[in-house]
Design a protein around this ligand. Structure first.
Ligand SMILES: Cc1cc2nc3c(=O)[nH]c(=O)nc-3n(C[C@H](O)[C@H](O)[C@H](O)COP(=O)(O)OP(=O)(O)OC[C@H]3O[C@@H](n4cnc5c(N)ncnc54)[C@H](O)[C@@H]3O)c2cc1C
Length: 474
């Protein structure tokens, strides 16, 4: 059990961090006490905003001695309430946003060291300024930070080729629960000294360490790309198309996202200045992207494959972006789905993965199971088909009082979805993490051996439980 912060602890933290690094102002803290979806709200006695690793370590030491809980936070764009303190007011918010320096970019080694608070979009620009690219992107790139991306092991739309955050992390610097600093920034290709703390901290959701900086792999800036918006009958056909593109194009294929018509329709209704690339309505769309060194290197492969797919009737229609601007417009449609869906009203979000080949089965069968158990329930799946990961959202029946319906049925709906995912050998969190949203359901449905190992790791590293209590694991 952690304790309430005493006036003397708060005074010591205020003195350590100075006026820019410490606030109890309720207006200043308010935007950071509710999560992006507006599902979780909390209270905090103070928000700490250290400017250096040494300040983080000193603040953690003070809180560790007093057994006071800390909730690390980056851009607060997380989807599972992981960065929101509880309602008690005793947990202190630890914002990493002031640690926003890119410490170095080594163009020869293609490695950059970025502090935890660097915003993903800013980091993209920094890499590009050096002729390089950070190959991870997602809809929340304007607010998500490097520390948050590491701590959620974020995915996004380029995982197909470059992997999740874990694959891009070459080293980590973090403050551990006793206030000691783990300096693992050296980008070692080989390091077999036992358990890999770097991997352990990726996806730990702030429960094992405060990430203060990371060494990150970069790739050469793509000089050419081809982006296609494809109309198609079903996810099963989309998977066939993916297999064909994989076989003929291979590594250059960087993104492969599916979007049902209802999601496109919501984006067109809620997001200004958006336009359907194909005028006629089709049941599903695929957004596919190739990136390569030059136009020559890409060599018209996508055009050839898609023309053949049109001829054989595998796809219904296709538009290839004529320039970067059009390509950005296509991606904006995909990246705005979460925002449009938020504007649609209350829904239950499930970020799930199953083996790639089984994803069409899940997308086809789960809505039918839901409708049978909860008449009128509407399910929508969109996202990273190529990774076997979709965001599966369940909306209340048309005309129902959404909030009341979710209060009555939400838990049972989610249990049905997750049970189906587990039946297919999948995971109840593909990329968003567990946070507070999925903690109870994971404890209920996950393997006892895996849960026991996770609990033992947490208890070993953070015996007083001061880092992000109430999240991920008890
Ligand atoms: C429109 C939109 C689209 C999105 N699309 C995707 C997507 O495609 N794929 C995907 O994976 N995610 C996606 N996300 C979710 C979100 O952007 C990611 O989870 C991101 O990694 C969160 O970063 P953050 O800095 O906002 O972290 P926060 O939300 O502040 O925190 C997330 C978690 O990390 C912990 N944390 C934050 N910083 C640190 C730190 N320095 N040290 C230790 N722990 C820390 C927090 O305690 C919390 O548990 C999307 C979000 C939005 C808003």
């Amino acid at each position: 059990m952690t304790r309430a912060p005493s006036p003397s602890l708060l005074a010591a933290l205020a003195q350590l961090l100075g006026p820019k690094g410490y606030t109890t102002d309720t207006d200043a803290m308010a935007p950071w006490l509710t999560d992006w979806r507006g599902k979780y709200s909390g209270r905090s006695a103070a928000m700490l905003s250290p400017a250096s690793t040494a300040e983080v370590a000193a603040a953690v030491r003070l809180c560790a001695d007093a057994e006071v809980a800390l909730v690390p936070q980056g851009g607060n764009s997380g989807m599972v309430g992981g960065a929101t303190p509880d309602a008690g007011g005793d947990q202190l918010l630890l914002s990493l946003r002031r640690m926003n320096r890119v410490r170095s970019v080594d163009t020869a080694a293609q490695i950059a060291v970025a502090e935890a608070g660097v915003i993903l979009e800013t980091f993209h620009h920094e890499a590009l300024a050096h002729g390089l690219r950070f190959p991870l992107t997602l809809g929340g790139k304007g607010s998500a930070t490097i520390g948050g991306l590491v701590s959620t092991n974020a995915g996004g739309t380029q995982v197909l080729r470059h992997g999740t955050m874990r694959a891009l992390v070459a080293g980590i610097e973090a403050v551990l629960p006793d206030g000691s600093i783990f300096d693992g920034l050296a980008p070692l290709k080989k390091d077999n000294r036992g358990y890999d703390l770097r991997h352990l901290l990726c996806g730990a959701e702030g429960t094992l360490g405060i990430v203060t900086a990371a060494s990150l792999h970069l790739v050469p800036a793509a000089a050419a790309r081809r982006t296609a918006w494809i109309a198609i009958d079903s996810p099963a056909r989309a998977l066939l198309l993916l297999r064909r593109l994989d076989a003929s194009i291979g590594r250059e294929l960087e993104g492969f996202e599916i979007v049902p018509h209802a999601c496109l329709d919501a984006v067109l209704r809620h997001i200004p200045q958006t336009r359907a690339p194909i005028a006629a309505a089709h049941p599903w769309y695929v957004l596919a992207e190739l990136a390569g060194k030059s136009d020559q290197a890409l060599g018209g492969a996508l055009e050839r494959e898609l023309a053949a797919a049109l001829d054989t009737g595998l796809i219904r229609d296709v538009v290839i972006a004529k320039n970067d601007r059009e390509s950005e417009d296509f991606w904006r449609l995909r990246d705005s789905i979460s925002e449009a869906e938020r504007a649609e009203g209350p829904a239950l979000q499930h970020d799930v993965s199953v083996p790639v080949d089984l994803m069409p089965t899940f997308i086809a069968e789960n809505p039918a199971r839901l409708k049978q158990a909860f008449p009128g329930a509407r399910a929508l799946s969109f996202g990273h088909l190529g990774d076997g990961n979709v965001h599966h959202h369940v909306q209340p029946p048309v005309g129902a009082d959404g909030a009341a319906w979710l209060a009555a049925h939400g838990a049972a709906v989610s249990r049905l979805v997750y049970a189906h995912v587990i039946e297919l050998g999948g995971s109840l969190s593909a990329e968003h993490g567990i946070g507070q949203m999925k903690r109870a359901i994971m404890a209920e449905l996950d393997s006892p051996a895996r849960l026991a190992a996770l609990r033992a790791i947490k208890a070993g590293l953070d015996p007083a439980g001061i880092f992000n209590p109430g999240k991920l694991i008890d």
